[in-house]
Design a protein around this ligand. Structure first.
Ligand SMILES: [Ca+2]
Ligand SMILES: [Ca+2]
Ligand SMILES: [Ca+2]
Length: 460
């Protein structure tokens, strides 16, 4: 494999990194039993097929609230039928110090999956941008259009008004990220799709006007990450997908480099391997503290760091081997040392956190295990059966399959500077639940597992 060395001083460290994670001489393998406290909130939300989770101060408090999407809710049925998705709002710790309490549920088109929290209309209150992959609403509705963007504008108290529904310019969108790409002060909404060789951007504007465009790409746009990859002052879009929407095709990693005025120019990053279907997700952060965001690429058996260089293509620095699960790799500073760390779903059913040194290299890790039935965990996912962590997708176009992914986000639940890990999963997967319970149609709810970061107490 390639493992280029930016300097001789780093060579020894990088040689470590070129081996597997397990063989890295860990200075101190942190023990999650000491530094993360696991809390399970059973049936925290309705809808048994969670596919997205996001955190933000939706109710205007000092700690974040949560929003969890469910592909098909079969819940209240505000639109009069089965088959609609939903988003559940969970309020953060209140005066009584309850950790999270369920606030409300709102309808979304079928296939509610990716979700982002941001102020989309510049009123100082956080809003929700949610992708409905299929976009069906109501009983008996035909697939009117392959995919929608649903926006719920926040009232600032954790409640939301009527949804705004926009047609997606790309088919079957599943992921969404938000940022101001053209530096006009209005948030822009980016949608990605595992089925379309393009990204969609809804350009924000005064009075919440949204102008949608589709930008063609060399590959599909399964996973998105916004970052300052080519210029410290300009946001660009990193996109991971496949060169064709069909299975077995080669992966593609592109940077849609912004110019700060709304133009997007595609740069294709040379991936270390062209193995089909191995690549899962990307995330970005400044891993070597030079002011430019770098990219972490999550494959099934490999985690790779690509460092950015001004006006050049990001290049592979280092790779770590492991057995990684489907789900999104994420970045946060878990030990609050100023260096970005990585959270990645890891077999059999949990996470690894890799602690960064600030030079693009990660030397320590800790593991977090989910309290799921080991019997189910061995099952894996098959088409037509409930996915391990995610949803049973009953029907509906190319997305008709079970999704077996870990749905998690990172947020500092108590506001003390140490991020916690929040996982949404089907309640029927929890340890001790009956394996033959009829969960597939959303009859059981979504549970929340919180890994509360106690590093400030028992850490370094
Ligand atoms: Ca707003
Ligand atoms: Ca903008
Ligand atoms: Ca750190």
């Amino acid at each position: 494999m390639k493992c280029p060395y930016p300097s001789l001083l780093l060579a020894a460290l990088l040689l470590w990194g070129c081996t597997t994670i397990d063989r890295i001489p860990l200075r101190q393998q942190r023990d999650n039993r000491e530094i993360f406290e696991r809390i399970t909130i059973s049936d925290a939300a309705r809808g048994g097929s969670p596919l997205g989770i996001a955190a933000g101060k939706l109710s205007g408090g000092t700690v974040p609230d949560l929003a969890i999407t469910s592909w098909g809710s079969f819940g209240k049925g505000q639109l009069g039928g089965v088959g609609e998705g939903a988003v559940s709002i969970l309020l953060g710790a209140d005066a009584n110090n309850r950790l999270l309490s369920t606030k409300d549920e709102y309808v979304v088109g079928l296939g509610a999956s990716g979700i982002a929290v941001a102020d989309l209309n510049n009123d100082g209150k956080l809003d929700l941008a949610i992708v409905a992959t299929n976009g069906i609403t109501g009983a008996g509705a035909q697939i009117a259009q392959p995919g929608q963007l649903w926006i719920y504008y926040g009232n600032g108290d954790g409640t939301f008004g009527k949804p705004r529904i926009e047609r997606s310019p790309i088919a079957y969108p599943a992921s969404v990220v938000v940022g101001d790409l053209n530096k006009d002060g209005y948030a822009d909404i980016v949608l990605g799709s595992a089925q379309a060789k393009a990204v969609a951007v809804f350009w924000g504007g005064p009075k919440a006007v949204l102008r949608p465009t589709a930008t063609p790409l060399a590959g599909t746009s399964r996973s998105l990450s916004l970052g300052r990859f080519t210029d410290k002052d300009v946001l660009s879009i990193a996109v991971l997908g496949r060169k064709n929407a069909t299975g077995g095709s080669e992966p593609n990693l592109s940077i849609l480099a912004g110019d700060g005025r709304g133009a997007l120019k595609e740069l294709i990053v040379e991936l270390e391997s062209q193995a089909p279907d191995a690549y899962q997700s990307i995330a970005s952060a400044d891993f070597n503290d030079d002011g430019l965001d770098d990219i972490v690429v999550h494959a099934r058996e490999r985690l790779s760091i690509y460092l950015s260089h001004k006006n050049k293509m990001p290049q592979l620095l280092i790779g770590y081997r492991g057995q990684f699960l489907e789900g999104a790799v994420q970045v946060a500073d878990f030990d609050n040392d100023g260096h970005a760390d990585i959270l990645i779903p890891t077999a059999p059913h949990g996470f690894s956190i890799l602690f960064g040194l600030g030079i693009g290299v990660f030397l320590e890790r800790t593991t977090l295990q989910l309290p799921v039935s080991s019997l189910l965990a061995q099952g894996g996912s098959q088409e037509g059966t409930p996915g391990l962590f995610g949803a049973l997708i009953e029907s509906g176009g190319p997305a008709a399959t079970s999704i077996n992914r870990v749905v998690a986000t990172v947020a500092d639940l108590d506001g003390k500077g140490y991020p916690d890990v929040l996982v949404a999963l089907k309640s029927s997967l929890l340890e001790g639940r009956s394996l033959d319970s009829p969960d597939a149609m959303g009859k059981s709810g979504t549970s929340l597992v919180i890994f509360k970061n106690r590093m400030r107490v028992g850490g370094r």
